[in-house]
Design a protein around this ligand. Structure first.
Ligand code: ADP
Length: 480
C-alpha cells in the first residue's frame, strides 16, 4: 500500500534557508538500509550555509516572538494536522531511509505530530511571576521570554520525532531554529520543512541545513547569535558540542546515550516482563536510546523469564520494514551490525550462552538475539549495544540489583518489574536515571519529561518542562 516515496511531493533534495529551497554543489547520498539502494541525495552544505541560516533565523525571530502564543500555536496545530493527514506518506519515507517497520514508522509520525500539538497549547502557559516585594517602594516581576535562536542537531534513529521534539517547543516559545538533521536520514526532516511551510510558518523560522556535521556544528556552536544548542545523539558528540559552546556560554539541551537496566524481581509478572522487555529492546531493532541494554533477572524467576524471553524473541520476524509481516528491520549501517556482532563475540568469549539468534543475517540485518550467563565484565553490560541483542544477568538481592544498575556512567531510562509496592518505591528512588518504567517497557509520551542524568544528558523534552528549556527568565525590579 506504500506509495513510492521518491515520487512524492514531500521529497526535497534541497535545504531550507530563509524560506527558500537551496541546492548544493556537492551532495550526500542517502541509502535504504534494507536494500543498500540509494534513496536520493541531499546538499552537502557547510559553514556558509549555516551562517546564512542563523542570520535568517535572527531576522525572523522578533516578529514571531511578538505574536501571541495562540497565533504561534495555530500554526503548530496546522503543522501537526498536516503530519497526520500525510502520515502514510511520511511513514513510507521514514521506513525507506531509516529501515524501521512501517507500523513503527506510522507510530513515530503520530508521536512526532503529538509534540507539535502539545506545545501549540503549552506555549500559552509560559507564565511569569509577581514576587511579594522585599521593599515597600518596589514591585518585583518575572517575565519568561524566548531563549533566542536555537541550533538543533538530530540523530537518525527517530528522524521525525527527534526533530519535532525540539522545533515544537522552540517555535511555541517564540524562538527560530536552525536544524541539522542526521545525514543518514535527512528526508524526513526536509519533508517536515515542506509541511511547516504549508502550515504557514513564516520564512526563516525553521531552517534545515544538511551537510558537513563538523562545519555546521562549528558554525552553530561558535555563533554568538545562537543562544541554545539542542542535541540528541552520542555522549561523545554531546560533550564536544558542550565544549564548543563554552566560549559563548550557551544553554544546552543534551539527550545522549543510555545503557538502560531492566530489572525483573522474583515477584514480577514474568509474562508481562517478557512482553515489556521485547517492546523496549526490539523496537526499532534496538536502536533507541531508551532501549533495554542490561537485563537483570532475580534468581527465583531467572530461568523461567529467560526461557520465555528466548522463545518470544525466536518468534520475531526479521526483514525489510516495508513488509508488514516483519517485526524487526535492518540496522542503520554496517558499523551498527559490526557492533552487535562484537558484543555477541565478546560475551560468548567470556562464557555467555546464546539462546537464540547470535549472528548477522544478510545485508544490515541481525538475528534477534538472547544471551544468558552475562557478567558485569562484558562489553554488552558496559556499553550501549544499539541493536537487537538481549543480554540476561542473574542476581540475588535487591541491593545488588540497584548497585549494578547504577554501575554505569549513563542514566537515561531504567525499567523495573515487581509487584511489591514498597520494593518498587525503594528501587525507583535509588536508581540513578531520568526515567523509570515500572511494569512497562514503553515510557515515551509528549506529556512527560524525557531526559537523562549523568552522562545521558541535560534538560528535558516534552511536558511543561520541555517548554521551560526554551525560555529565559527576566526579572524586573520596579521602584514606585
Ligand atoms: P550516532 O553515532 O548515533 O550517529 P552522533 O552523535 O554521531 O550519533 O550523531 C548525532 C547527530 O550529531 C547527527 O546529526 C550527526 O551528524 C551530528 N554530528 C556528528 N558529529 C558532529 C559534530 N562534530 N558537530 C556537530 N554535529 C555532529
Amino acid at each position: 500500500w506504500a506509495p513510492d516515496p521518491m515520487a512524492m511531493d514531500l521529497v526535497r533534495e534541497a535545504c531550507l534557508i530563509d524560506g527558500a529551497w537551496v541546492a548544493g554543489e556537492d551532495w550526500i547520498e542517502v541509502d535504504d538500509p534494507a536494500t543498500g539502494e540509494v534513496v536520493g541525495r541531499v546538499p552537502a552544505l557547510g559553514r556558509d550555509a549555516a551562517e546564512r541560516a542563523i542570520g535568517a533565523a535572527a531576522a525572523a525571530m522578533p516578529r514571531w516572538a511578538a505574536r501571541t502564543a495562540q497565533e504561534r500555536g495555530a500554526v503548530l496545530r496546522r503543522f501537526a494536522a498536516l503530519m497526520i493527514e500525510r502520515q502514510d506518506d511520511l511513514a513510507a519515507l521514514l521506513t525507506r531511509e531509516q529501515g524501521k517497520p512501517l507500523a513503527e514508522a506510522r507510530g513515530e509520525i503520530a508521536y512526532a505530530a503529538s509534540y507539535l500539538d502539545w506545545f501549540a497549547e503549552e506555549g500559552r502557559r509560559a507564565y511569569g511571576e509577581v514576587i511579594p516585594t522585599h521593599a515597600a517602594d518596589k514591585r518585583l516581576f518575572v517575565l519568561r521570554q524566548p531563549v533566542g535562536v536555537v541550533g538543533a542537531i538530530t540523530p537518525w534513529n527517530f528522524p521525525a520525532a527527534m526533530v519535532t521534539r525540539k522545533i515544537a517547543p522552540a517555535l511555541a516559545a517564540g524562538c527560530a531554529v536552525v536544524l541539522k538533521p542526521s545525514e543518514k536520514t535527512p528526508f524526513s526532516a526536509l519533508a517536515l520543512g515542506v509541511l511547516a511551510q504549508e502550515a504557514g510558518l513564516p520564512d526563516g523560522l525553521l531552517n534545515i541545513v544538511t551537510g558537513d556535521a563538523v562545519a555546521i556544528g562549528g558554525a552553530l556552536t561558535q555563533s554568538p547569535i545562537v543562544r541554545k544548542i539542542s542535541f540528541t545523539g552520542s555522549t561523545r558528540i554531546g560533550a564536544l558540542l558542550m565544549e564548543q559552546s563554552a566560549a559563548t556560554i550557551k544553554k544546552l539541551g543534551l539527550e545522549l546515550g543510555g545503557n538502560a537496566p531492566f530489572i525483573v524481581f522474583d515477584d514480577a509478572d514474568v509474562d508481562a516482563a517478557v512482553e515489556g522487555c521485547i517492546a523496549s529492546k526490539f523496537r526499532n531493532a534496538g536502536q533507541t536510546c531508551v532501549s533495554v541494554n542490561r537485563i537483570y533477572a532475580q534468581a527465583g524467576i531467572h530461568d523461567a523469564f529467560t526461557a520465555k524471553l528466548a522463545a518470544a524473541v525466536a518468534a520475531l520476524r526479521v526483514g525489510p520494514g516495508t513488509d508488514p509481516a516483519n517485526d524487526v528491520g535492518p540496522l542503520i549501517d554496517a558499523g551498527a551490525v559490526a557492533k552487535v556482532e562484537a558484543h555477541v563475540a565478546d560475551a560468548v568469549g567470556q562464557g555467555a550462552t546464546v539462546l537464540t539468534g547470535g549472528a548477522r543475517l544478510s545485508g544490515h540485518f541481525f538475528a534477534p538475539t538472547v544471551l544468558r550467563d552475562i557478567t558485569a565484565a562484558m562489553a554488552v553490560t558496559r556499553e550501549e549495544t544499539f541493536g537487537p541483542l538481549a543480554a540476561v544477568i542473574r542476581f540475588d538481592g535487591d541491593a545488588e540489583a540497584i548497585a549494578q544498575a547504577n554501575a554505569s556512567p549513563y542514566g537515561l531510562a531504567a525499567y523495573v518489574y515487581a509487584r511489591d509496592i514498597g520494593r518498587v518505591w525503594k528501587v525507583a528512588e535509588a536508581i540513578e536515571s531520568g526515567m523509570i518504567g515500572i511494569n512497562t517497557g514503553l515510557i515515551s509520551t509528549e506529556v512527560a519529561p524525557f531526559g537523562g542524568v549523568k552522562a545521558s544528558g541535560l534538560g528535558r523534552e516534552g511536558s511543561r518542562h520541555g517548554l521551560e528549556d526554551y525560555l529565559e527568565t527576566k526579572y524586573l525590579c520596579v521602584a514606585l
